[in-house]
Design a binder for this molecule. Sequence first.
Ligand code: NI
Length: 311
Amino acid sequence: MIARGVVKCGLSLFQSGRNRVVVSRRLSNGTTAGEGSSTGSKSIKDANSVKESIKKPESKATSETSTAEPKVQSEFQTRYIPEKGSAWDRFKGGSLSWPALVAFAGVGCVLLGSYSYQKAKKTEEMRRTHTKTVGGKAKVGGDWELVNMKGETRKNSDYHGKFVLIYFGFTFCPDICPDELEKISEALSGLGENAKYIQPLFISIDPERDTEERVREYLSEFHPSFEGLTGTVEQCKAAAKLFRVYFSKDNTVGDDYLVDHSIITYLMDPTGEFLEFYGKAVTASDMCLRLSKLIQNYKTQLEEHNRTINA
Ligand code: NI
């Protein structure tokens, strides 16, 4: 109800502004007149009646507003100086009431709200059409095949039955990768017994330098449950692509290059479906808390499942 009143009020204010536009547009076609607030239908007057209104400024239209000054306005005046009785005039004269101002603000809010809504809708649509989705969830992950630290071929399905934390990086990374792996290690340590529900994986995006041995040596400094995966350039590229991980070697000639890459830790559920990801800003304790909750839920579900089977 209130909203409708607001819109109505705003519309009438808008209307009076529009009349002014009609008048000035007509006048800009070569005629000048001292008309006040004319209505839309009057704007179809022929040239004669316009002339008449110049001679007789006390015509119906003007009588209400500017009876005392039958002066012919210059085109400039008509265009740029708002006529008396207009919304602007009332506002200037302080006669535009607070309710009207509130109505103005209200209309603004409604328009802004509808604009934001439309924009959000469009953004959502873009997101939906630009990412493959399965059941409304972004498709992250999929079937990959890599080589573990013992030289054995490993597939994503080999890790089903556990939550899987996946981090893409390279062993020559000077700071970010070690920081992130340290963070994951800390979160896992914080889980205590429950850490056994999680399989952390390090996947190399620099397989040319990251040999199985090199990866094994590198990971020995982090949580003991870490498994390192590398492979051929094609294998690693394909895996990174599944997770939309960006990586790019710098221009250094030789073997001393750095690799710029996304810093994201992915969490897959025990069936291999993507659950969520953790960015650089997520702390070890944040991650630990979150994983702990997920594991707790999972355990409860497992218990319920087992109970229904045994019953
Ligand atoms: Ni790194």
